[in-house]
Design a protein around this ligand. Structure first.
Ligand code: HPA
Length: 288
C-alpha cells in the first residue's frame, strides 16, 4: 500500500540531493521552475547556467528513456531571473506510474519554486496552425490517469482543489503580451493529453476536436495537476511540431517532431528570457 509519509521522505531526499548538486544556498532558492519537453532541452542553453545535476544522481528521480530528453536538472538565470530547469521529463508511456511522472515537479516545489513554466511538443488540430507555431495552453482535457489517485499527500495540498484557472490567466496574458512585443505570433488553445506512445488515429483526433481540443500531446497534464495541488502558478506552452493525425494527409514522424523542436528552441528561449523578468512575484506558501 502506498505510504504518503514515505513519499514525502523520498521527495525531501531528492530535494536535498538536488540542493547540494545545484549548490542552492539557503534563502537563495529559485522561485521559477521550467520543464523542457521533447527536443526542447536546449532551451536551457538560453540560460546563464550556474550548475547542473544528472537525474540519475538524484535519489528516486525517474530517468527519461526517450531520445531528445537529456535528463538533467540545471540551475541558472533566465533574463536575469534565477530558475531551476528540467531538461527532459518522463511520461506514462515509458512505464512510469502517474505518481512517478509528477515526482520531479514535487521536488521542484520542495526546492522553493512558486511558478512553473512547462513546454511540450504537440500535434495541432487546426490545419492553419502549422509546424513551428507556438501556443499558450488555456485549459486541458486529461486523457491520462490522474497522478493524485490514492491517499492524498496532505503536506503538499488538499484532497480536492479547484482547476478552473489551472493555467494562470495573468501569466497567459503576460506570455501573449511578451510574444507580441517580440513580434511573435502566438495561438492559445486547449491541450488534450493522450496516453501514447502511438500517435492518435484520425477518428480519435476528430473526437478530441469535438470535445474542444486544439492541441494533442502525451505530457504536461499530470505535472500541471500536481503543480496546482501544491498551489504553484502555472504557464504551459506548446510547440506545434505536426498536424495531428488526419488533419492533413501527412503521416507523423517522430524524427520530424524532434527537428521542429530543435529549430524552435532559440525562439522559445528568447520568449522565455523576456517573459521571466516580467513575471509578477508570488508569495512562498508555508505548507510545502
Ligand atoms: N500527438 C501526440 N503527441 C504529440 C504529437 C501528436 O500528434 N506531436 C507531438 N507530440
Amino acid at each position: 500500500m502506498f505510504d504518503p509519509d514515505e513519499e514525502i521522505r523520498r521527495i525531501e531526499a531528492a530535494a536535498q540531493a538536488a540542493r547540494t548538486g545545484l549548490e542552492i544556498a539557503p534563502g537563495a532558492e529559485p522561485r521559477l521552475g521550467l520543464v523542457l519537453g521533447s527536443g526542447m532541452g536546449a532551451v536551457a542553453d538560453g540560460l546563464n547556467l550556474v550548475s547542473g545535476i544528472e537525474y540519475a544522481r538524484i535519489p528516486h528521480f525517474p530517468c527519461s528513456t526517450v531520445a531528445g530528453h537529456a535528463g538533467r536538472l540545471v540551475r541558472g538565470t533566465l533574463g536575469g531571473v534565477p530558475v531551476v530547469a528540467m531538461q527532459g521529463r518522463v511520461h506514462g508511456y515509458e512505464g512510469y506510474t502517474p505518481r512517478e511522472v509528477v515526482f520531479p515537479v514535487r521536488v521542484l516545489a520542495r526546492l522553493g519554486i512558486r511558478q512553473l513554466i512547462l513546454t511540450n511538443a504537440a500535434g495541432s488540430l487546426h490545419p492553419d496552425w502549422k509546424p513551428g507555431t507556438l501556443a499558450v495552453i488555456r485549459d486541458h482535457i486529461a486523457g491520462l490517469p490522474n497522478p493524485l489517485t490514492g491517499p492524498n499527500l496532505d503536506e503538499l495540498g488538499p484532497r480536492f482543489f479547484d482547476m478552473t484557472e489551472a493555467y494562470a490567466p495573468r501569466l497567459r496574458a503576460l506570455a501573449r503580451e511578451t510574444a507580441a512585443g517580440l513580434g511573435m505570433r502566438i495561438e492559445e488553445g486547449v491541450y488534450y493529453a493522450a496516453p501514447g506512445p502511438s500517435y492518435e488515429t484520425p477518428a480519435e483526433i476528430r473526437a478530441f476536436r469535438a470535445l474542444g481540443a486544439d492541441l494533442v500531446g502525451m505530457s504536461t497534464v499530470p505535472e500541471v495537476i500536481a503543480a496546482r495541488h501544491m498551489g504553484l502558478e502555472v504557464l504551459a506552452i506548446s510547440l506545434v511540431t505536426n498536424a495531428a493525425a488526419g488533419v492533413t494527409q501527412a503521416a507523423i514522424d517522430h524524427q520530424e517532431v524532434m527537428e521542429i523542436g530543435a529549430r524552435a528552441q532559440t525562439q522559445i528561449s528568447c520568449w522565455l528570457s523576456a517573459l521571466a523578468p516580467a513575471l509578477p512575484a508570488m508569495e512562498r506558501r508555508s505548507r510545502i
